[in-house]
Design a protein around this ligand. Structure first.
Ligand code: NOJ
Length: 492
């Protein structure tokens, strides 16, 4: 009898092991955090209420409405400025541990400039939002800057002028003083590449400048310095009393070689160098990667520039930059196939400096946003890459989501996308020992998707843009995410 039982046990052992393994791979660590994200211009509306100053998005989208696909803007958006209580109710119902939102610089300091006076109503709005969140047991994760540079500062060169660093640091100081007693997670910047390269080199986002091969590098340089000075200030003046953490969100796709050839592998590495390592290397090692510096410097001299188009950090800046974060935020949506390009890019340009051609596999499912293909395994590869190249920093996924053209409530595609990507996160945690501390779905509700207007919807909640009430209705993906958070487990 005993022998029989033992025999049966041994026989079923592999099945039991696989089941336990499977269960483990469906379960999130106890301290893993779940959240959703939004940004001020995309949801708040009330663009000129209660003394708010204009940002470059207010200004340029009024001036050039045709730049946005449906000629819309963020004047009203989801009207969260008035409906934040309803938003917090939704968040509570969703069960998230944190809510990542951004503060509109010009709501706090209407003129943008250091010492130019604050708006009490603007300050009050975020006080109320933060208090409402905390009363619902939701931690506020605050992005200090999500692209909405004050118009006044832009008139002075914006991120191309290094004097903006002082203005930014002083704005950040005001936020720490006002809200740091309750906000314990700060993100200095959201996605350098989008507001710098697209904003100052390729004229694809506000302020629509096309200083190819120069503007993006200069903007990023100033923003990196602003980040490191803010980190120093936070550590020296606030961290001990406020006990918070400061990081930033950097975006990247995963760069996959198009074929197994050595050349394509090199192309993919080059793409990771220019699209990601470029931004994070300074924060970890103090300076831009050597290969990147050499390549841009060489190209600049061939092109007749007296110095490299990539600005240089001085010794004290390098000192400040090195190690200037408590955690890294990753915005990730998709993967690109990489090969060397024989395409003619403008010279000079960031695209030419990198020289890599990106494409999608024809079998991949493409979302309403043409750049966004569903490639879940790309996230796992990226997480392993980050672990290996960036010394396994605490990594918070600060954005990940799927776009649809309609806002139907039965959003199966979005449910599949989030499930598949979360499953890759679990593999990266359990099988690859990646230090992923949390996940943020982009986004709470359908909102203003920049140059695509309201045509691309990423929300877990539908917003009826035809009603003055901006009625919110949770989609199926909302309830799926709710279940995942509640069980801290993926549903098979
Ligand atoms: C990146 C940005 O941070 C966010 O503002 C945007 O809406 C999403 N990704 C989707 O494109």
């Amino acid at each position: 009898m005993v022998l029989n039982l033992l025999w049966m046990f041994l026989k079923f052992l592999p099945i039991i092991t696989t089941a336990v393994q499977g269960l483990r791979n469906l379960t999130f660590p106890n301290n893993f955090k779940f959240g959703v994200a939004t940004s001020a211009y995309q949801i708040e509306g009330a663009w000129n209420e209660d003394g708010k100053g204009q940002s470059i998005w207010d200004h340029y989208l009024h001036k050039y409405p045709y730049l946005v696909k449906d000629k819309s803007n963020g004047d009203i958006a989801c009207d969260s400025y008035h409906k934040y209580k309803e938003d917090v109710k939704l968040l509570k119902d969703l069960g998230v541990d944190f809510y990542r939102f951004s503060i509109a610089w010009t709501r706090i300091i209407p003129m943008g400039y250091k010492d130019s006076g604050v708006s009490l109503e603007g300050i009050e709005y975020y006080n109320n939002l933060i208090d409402e969140l905390l009363a619902s047991d939701i931690e506020p994760y605050v992005t200090i800057f999500h692209w909405d540079t004050p118009k006044t500062l832009e008139e002075n060169g914006g991120w191309l002028n290094n004097s903006i660093v002082d203005h930014y640091v002083s704005y950040a100081r005001i936020l720490f003083e006002l809200y740091g007693d309750r906000v314990k997670h700060w993100l200095t910047f959201n996605e350098f590449s989008q507001f710098c390269e697209e904003g100052y080199s390729r004229a694809e986002k506000a302020p629509f400048k096309s200083l190819q091969g120069i503007g993006g590098y200069q903007c990023t340089h100033n923003a990196l310095i602003a980040h490191s000075r803010t980190y120093k200030m936070y550590v020296e003046e606030f961290k001990i009393s406020q006990k918070g953490f400061l990081g930033l969100s950097v975006d990247t796709a995963w760069a996959e070689p198009k074929t197994d050839s050595i050349l394509d592998k090199l192309a993919a590495e080059e793409e990771m160098l220019f699209s990601y390592f470029y931004y994070l290397h300074p924060l970890i090692f103090g300076d831009y990667p050597t290969l990147l510096k050499m390549k841009i410097s060489l190209k600049s001299s061939v092109q007749g520039f007296r110095t490299s188009r990539l600005p240089k950090f001085n010794e004290s800046e390098i000192e400040l930059l090195r190690g200037s974060f408590d955690f890294i935020g990753l915005n990730h949506y998709t993967t690109a196939l990489c090969s060397w390009s024989n395409q003619k890019f403008p010279v000079p340009s960031e695209l030419d400096d990198c020289g890599v051609k990106q494409s999608q596999n024809t079998t991949w499912k493409i979302s309403a946003a043409p750049w966004l293909a569903e490639v879940p395994w790309g996230l796992r590869k990226l997480l392993v890459w980050i672990k290996e190249k960036l010394n396994n920093p605490p990594l918070l996924i600060t954005e990940n989501g799927w776009a649809t053209t309609d806002s139907n409530l039965d959003d199966n595609d979005r449910m599949n996308y989030h499930t598949k990507y979360l499953s890759e996160v679990l593999k990266a945690i359990h099988d690859d020992d990646c230090n992923v501390i949390g996940y943020t779905a982009w986004t709470l509700m359908d909102n203003f998707e920049w140059m695509s207007g309201y045509g691309e919807k990423f929300g877990l909640v539908q917003v009826d843009l035809t009603s003055t009430n901006r009625t919110r209705t949770p989609k199926d993906s909302f309830f799926l995410y709710q279940k995942i958070i509640r069980n801290r487990k993926l549903i098979e």
